[in-house]
Design a protein around this ligand. Structure first.
Ligand code: PLP
Length: 387
């Protein structure tokens, strides 16, 4: 099934199509006899080799040691593990995070809060950037965990993780970074971020769905989330998802090779999209504009319409985008990220996310700049909102 051949796909922060070279790398591990990497016969050894080569590719991308990479079932598991596993080590001190984290982090923190832990949600400014003063005021030697995302999935706003990590390190607080949206788009080096744990996910970088990893720095103590066999250094039990892990490694190699070039290409396309839509329509607000953002992400509020209606209208025209975060789409509530940035609920509910990727080109962006104003103008004429 290849629907992306016929549609303009601008929802790469939700997921990305797999690159053909990634599929090629995976196929030998899906076809025929595919061994268990823990088996000591030759087919098992082949599978082990695939897993370890992928681990080495990820370690090279993150500039860390292969033993520091632990495969998981995706970014959500990596986030859950980091929050629950790190915060369990240092007593019952408070957990500090931001108001704009992905639900994988927020709901893990909520789970711990329901168990009696104190959780602090540090606010962001109008650009969606973490307030470092409030952060610092909430950290002390008893804090058991700091978790801050590298870039936000809805707006692309980049967070001052290096500074946050420095504050954590000075106080001996374990520091987790959710880098699911930056890995493959920007250099992500845990040592530069002062991070003890970093979550990444394959399906955001043109790899397969259902596989991710948690970097855990040597010397960092973390409790296991999954119990069973001695897989992944005894920290994450379960027979490895060999083919997907191999695909993850290949996807990481491919995006590392074109990191700078891709980022500049996306910046050009995003700026063309934002300039084109701002020129063609009145009352367009680019959320987080003016702050440091990922070059591929544009969150745009079209005043007077509901984002779900825009998404459906564009879908009918062959353009795939999302309202808020993909994980939150289908929910009527306006995005917690946009509300945390101080947007009026009505403006937040009018916001659509365009996220550019590997296969997009200028012709597609020009088509989107043509179609979006038609859809929004039609919806504004019908809108129940007051314009
Ligand atoms: N963290 C962030 C910032 C994300 O954007 C996502 C996915 O949208 C996740 C975590 C969850 O990753 P996965 O889909 O691999 O579970």
């Amino acid at each position: 099934m290849s629907t992306t051949d016929t549609i303009i796909y601008l929802d790469h922060n939700a997921t990305t199509p797999m690159k053909p070279l990634v599929l090629d790398a995976m196929l030998p591990y899906l076809e025929g006899a595919s061994g268990n990497p823990s088996s000591i016969h030759s087919i098992g050894i082949q599978a082990r080799r695939g897993v370890e080569e992928a681990r080495a590719s990820l370690a090279s991308a993150l500039s860390c040691a292969p033993e520091e990479i632990h495969f998981t079932s995706g970014g959500t598991e990596a986030d859950n593990w980091a929050i629950k596993g790190l915060s369990a080590v240092k007593g019952a001190g408070r957990i500090v995070t931001s108001a704009i984290e992905h639900h994988a982090v927020l709901h893990s923190c909520q789970y711990l809060k329901d168990m009696g832990r104190e959780v602090i949600y540090v606010p962001v400014d109008a650009h969606g950037t973490l307030d470092l003063e409030v952060l610092e005021a909430n950290l002390d030697e008893t804090t058991s965990l700091l978790s801050i995302m590298h870039a936000n999935n809805e707006t692309g706003s980049l967070q001052p993780v290096e500074e946050a990590g420095r504050m954590a390190r000075e106080r001996g607080i374990p520091f987790h970074v959710d880098a699911v949206q930056t890995f493959g788009k920007l250099p992500v080096h845990p040592s530069q971020l002062n991070a003890d744990a970093v979550s990444i996910s394959a399906h955001k970088i043109n790899g397969p769905k259902g596989v991710g990893a948690l970097y855990v720095g040597a010397g960092t103590t973390i409790e296991a989330l999954m119990h069973g066999g001695e897989h992944e250094g005894g920290l994450r039990a379960g027979t490895e998802n060999v083919a997907s892990i191999v695909g993850f490694g290949r996807a990481a190699q491919l995006c590392q090779a074109e990191l700078d070039r891709a980022s500049e290409r996306w910046r050009h396309l995003r700026d063309r999209l934002e300039a084109g839509l701002s020129a063609a329509l009145d009352d367009v607000v680019i959320n987080g504009h003016g702050g440091r953002r990922l070059t591929n992400t544009s969150s745009i509020a079209f005043t007077g319409v509901e984002s779900e209606a825009v998404v459906m209208g564009l879908d009918l025209a062959g353009i795939a985008v999302s309202s808020g975060s993909a994980c939150a789409s289908g929910l009527a509530d306006p995005s917690h990220v946009l509300l945390a940035m101080g947007l009026e609920p009505r403006l937040a509910a009018s916001s659509v996310r365009f996220s550019i990727g590997w296969s997009n080109d200028q012709e597609e962006i020009d088509r989107v700049v043509e179609v979006v104003p038609e859809v929004v103008t039609r919806l504004r004429a019908l809108s129940v909102f007051e314009n």
